[in-house]
Design a protein around this ligand. Structure first.
Ligand SMILES: Cc1ncc(COP(=O)(O)O)c(C=O)c1O
Length: 374
């Protein structure tokens, strides 16, 4: 495994909160799991054990939740888009609205927009997707290939979200955004609910392997924090099983959750360029924030080079992981190495028998940057 000299010399941008494992919240409806299970083409994504990483990290077992093929797309995002679009259309039908096609509008760093476009196409609806600067042209082309109208925006992700919200104000259009703000929280809440299936699968897969207690640590790639909200909700509401440590991992160029945790309130950061396109977000989701503040044990920011190294190492071990997906490994490596590593290991409750799950949220096909350096 490559040791990146620049990262070991840097002061680690990291936040640790003792006591997060005792935080509790209400669970999501069990209906979501059944909905996904009934979708055509659904099957749980692999939970792959990588003993080489367990040896490197000094823990008992390391599993990678491999989202490189989820409902026919190369990232986990279809879980949220499918459930949210289902809820939107069911609500429209129940309210007696004209059954004609609706335009599903969203902004995206790539994966969510493609998932919304795919759902629109499958369900006979239209999609209009706003894409900020910095998204790989192949990712943009993949959204258009789903039949969506694509509008490329010169600004950053937050600007694309603003323009999408404006466009969705028209008739027969609905904003299907995977981040929330005051006054726009219900649909992002459904998207978060949709992500819960990923955690339910992990528990079932670990239980099948003899780990009924679940993981000791889950490492989560974080953009606006909606996926992390789902993971916190799942593991802080379980009636049984132990409470794992939950680690948020962001790019250094867009560490809005780390910054917010350090400041103690949600703040926006101005974002830079990063290969971790799906994590290039400057503002935490409003509905995610209470869950992130209460339920995350730690947050760390990683450099593009470290995520590229992790993606290369995962590829060598047979797992296709894009820059966002590989951020989970890069983040855990950062936390468990360098000055203060032993204190952080203790704070996270990790020892030589711990079971760690890394969420590899996209495959290399989701973001061609992944293969550029390898
Ligand atoms: C591959 C990938 N991983 C992780 C995330 C982070 O999810 P969230 O923005 O909910 O924090 C995204 C978001 O787009 C993503 O595309």
């Amino acid at each position: 495994m490559t040791e990146n000299a620049s990262s070991s010399l840097r002061t680690l941008p990291c936040f640790v909160r003792p006591g997060a494992r005792a935080w509790r919240c209400a669970p999501v409806s069990a209906e979501v799991r059944g909905f996904h299970a009934a979708l055509p083409g659904y099957s749980p994504t692999p939970l792959t054990e990588l003993p080489q990483l367990a040896a490197e990290l000094g823990v008992g077992r390391v599993f990678v939740k491999d989202e490189s093929s989820r409902l026919g797309l190369p990232a986990f995002k279809a879980l949220g888009a499918s459930w949210a679009v289902h809820r939107i259309l069911a609500e429209r039908a129940a309210s007696g609205k004209e059954p004609g096609p609706v335009t599903l509008v969203t902004a995206t760093d790539g994966n969510h927009g493609r998932a919304v476009a795919r759902m629109a196409c499958l369900l006979g609806q239209r999609a209009h997707v706003f894409v900020p600067r910095g998204v790989h042209p192949q990712a943009v082309a993949a959204i258009a290939a789903e039949g969506a109208t694509v509008t490329e925006v010169a600004g950053a992700y937050d600007e694309a979200v603003r323009l999408a919200a404006e466009a969705a104000a028209g008739p027969d259009a609905v904003l299907v955004q995977d981040t929330a703000w005051a006054g726009y929280e219900r649909i992002p809440g459904w998207i978060v609910e949709g992500y819960s299936t990923l955690c339910a699968e992990i528990d079932e897969q670990l239980a099948d392997g003899g780990y009924a207690q679940g993981p000791d640590l889950v490492a989560i790639p974080v953009g606006v924090g909606s996926l992390a909200q789902a993971v916190v909700t799942h593991y802080r509401s379980r009636p049984s099983g132990r409470a794992p440590a939950l680690l948020s991992v962001e790019p250094e160029a867009a560490a809005c959750v780390l910054e917010s945790l350090n400041v103690g309130e949600p703040v926006s950061v101005s974002t830079g360029d990063t290969t971790m396109a799906g994590l290039n977000c400057g503002t935490p989701s409003s509905i995610a924030w209470p869950f992130l503040r209460g339920g995350l044990d730690a947050a760390v920011a990683v450099a593009d080079l470290d995520s590229a190294d992790a993606a290369g190492d995962l590829a060598d071990l047979g797992v296709s992981s894009g820059p966002c997906g590989a951020a989970a490994l890069a983040g855990l490596r950062a936390v468990l190495a360098g000055a203060g590593a032993e204190e952080r290991r203790t704070a996270l409750g990790l020892d030589a028998s711990s079971v760690v799950v890394l969420l590899s949220t996209e495959g290399t096909a989701a973001n061609p940057h992944a293969t550029a350096g390898h």
